[in-house]
Design a protein around this ligand. Structure first.
Ligand SMILES: [Cu+2]
Length: 414
């Protein structure tokens, strides 16, 4: 018996130890249609990737809600902006969407438009944490942005979250504020519940009561003493509820209820220069790990435009021969999400204003497999989506959505 218990304890310890080594969040397990056709994050910047416990850092960026939103995903009618970390390793101090405080959820975000976010985060638990921005959509769940490893150094017990309330009350550490009250109330209610249960458990239980019921003598089941005890417990419960309310209102006369209303925010202004992209054909070469797109790009703006980047599911394929596109890569952007081979184009000459040009775009990298993005080939809705970033000579950037059905091929197409 003892041996069995020791074995069981050993298995539990091994399981817990194994879990504590888990890295990242399974973001690669999300279906490709979720990652390539819903929210496209760009310009994501981590102000620091090495912080101490209690040190603040900022996570900023933008995202585009794709026009070709998949049918299987609830539209972004109610969304909540947040960050994702492996457990409470960071504290989120402030959040803004297009400059507006984002304490609550937002309603009615528009497809095809861009939004800008800013979060102030603070290191809490030492260790290496994979941190993502995330957009949670009611009915669908969280859609995550690029994840970066942030190293948090220091001691966990030195973390404190002091705030000053609107009434001037200085709270030294929000983590433990009111903890004694919460524990006290739980114990008080547990005591009432335990007393009530033991009162009835001490009486003859199931079989004797059933026999009494069989004999039609229900009147014997509840005595006058039982009724008296019931009345006393009901009175205690009422006194605790109303007494607790009166005491809390006396102690905290000014309080703000939890905010449950929805906010609304206007999208960022639409890009003035306009590019139209028609995907003529899209194939994914399975052995070559290459996405090949035949596109027809119309420049409806007034400046010539060069293709600088294709971004989808937070992975960036860069046109390495265009310096302005390379300069747009933030040093804090996760390196594992930048395709090493970059983006290959059939023509590097800019698309002139008013011109419609056919360009073959090739994005080849093992990252398609590593990021588990090729399962779009077995989806019932085999479509891809992404953003094409184009640059004018004056450095102006135009972001255009592209996408369409994609077909797998097993030999190289010429
Ligand atoms: Cu992660």
């Amino acid at each position: 018996m003892l041996l069995k218990l020791i074995k069981f304890a050993a298995v539990c310890v091994a399981f817990i130890a194994g879990v504590s080594h888990a890295a990242a969040h399974g973001e690669r397990a999300q279906e490709p249609y979720l990652r390539t056709r819903t929210v496209q994050f760009y310009d994501v910047h981590f102000s620091k990737t090495d912080v101490k416990v209690n040190e603040r850092f900022e996570l900023t960026g933008k995202f585009r809600l794709m026009q070709d939103w998949p049918d299987a995903v609830t539209p972004p009618d109610i969304v909540f902006l947040s960050s994702i970390s492996p457990g409470p390793t960071i504290a989120r101090v402030e959040t803004y969407l297009n400059g507006e405080p984002a304490r609550q959820s937002f309603a009615g975000l528009e497809l095809g438009r861009d939004y800008e976010f800013r979060m102030v985060l603070e290191g809490r638990t030492p260790g290496s944490s994979h941190i993502h921005p995330s957009i949670s959509i009611k009915g669908s769940g969280p859609l995550v942005g690029p994840g970066q490893w942030v190293n948090i150094s220091g001691e966990a017990h030195s973390f404190a979250f002091p705030i000053k309330t609107m009434t001037g009350l200085q709270i030294e550490d929000l983590q433990t504020f009111g903890l004694a009250h919460a524990v006290g109330w739980h114990l008080a209610w547990l005591a009432v519940a335990a007393a009530w249960l033991s009162f009835w458990l001490a009486r003859p239980l199931i079989l004797p009561r059933w026999l009494v019921l069989q004999k039609g003598r229900e009147d014997l089941l509840i005595s006058l003493r039982d009724t008296g005890a019931g009345i006393i417990v009901a009175a205690i419960v009422l006194v605790m509820v109303f007494g607790g309310y009166v005491r809390a209102s006396a102690e905290y006369p000014y309080n703000v209820p939890l905010q449950s209303g929805l906010n609304r925010v206007a999208p960022l202004p639409a890009s003035p220069a306009y590019v139209e992209i028609k995907v003529i054909s899209a194939t994914y070469d399975v052995p070559g790990r290459s996405m090949r797109l035949a596109t027809q790009i119309t420049n409806k703006g007034s400046e010539p435009l060069s293709i600088g980047e294709l971004t989808t599911a937070n992975i960036r394929f860069l046109n390495q021969s265009l310096p302005v596109a390379m300069a747009d890569v933030d040093p804090s952007y996760p390196r594992d999400l930048i395709a090493r081979t970059g983006l290959k184009l059939s023509s590097d000459t800019p698309i002139n204003p008013g011109e419609t040009k056919e360009v073959r775009v090739e994005a080849t990298d093992a990252v398609w497999e590593l990021e588990r993005l090729v399962s779009f080939l077995t989806d019932v809705d085999s479509k891809f989506g992404g953003l094409l970033l184009l640059y004018a000579p004056n450095g102006e950037r135009v972001i255009a959505e592209m996408g369409g059905p994609i077909v797998p091929v097993f030999t190289e197409l010429k």
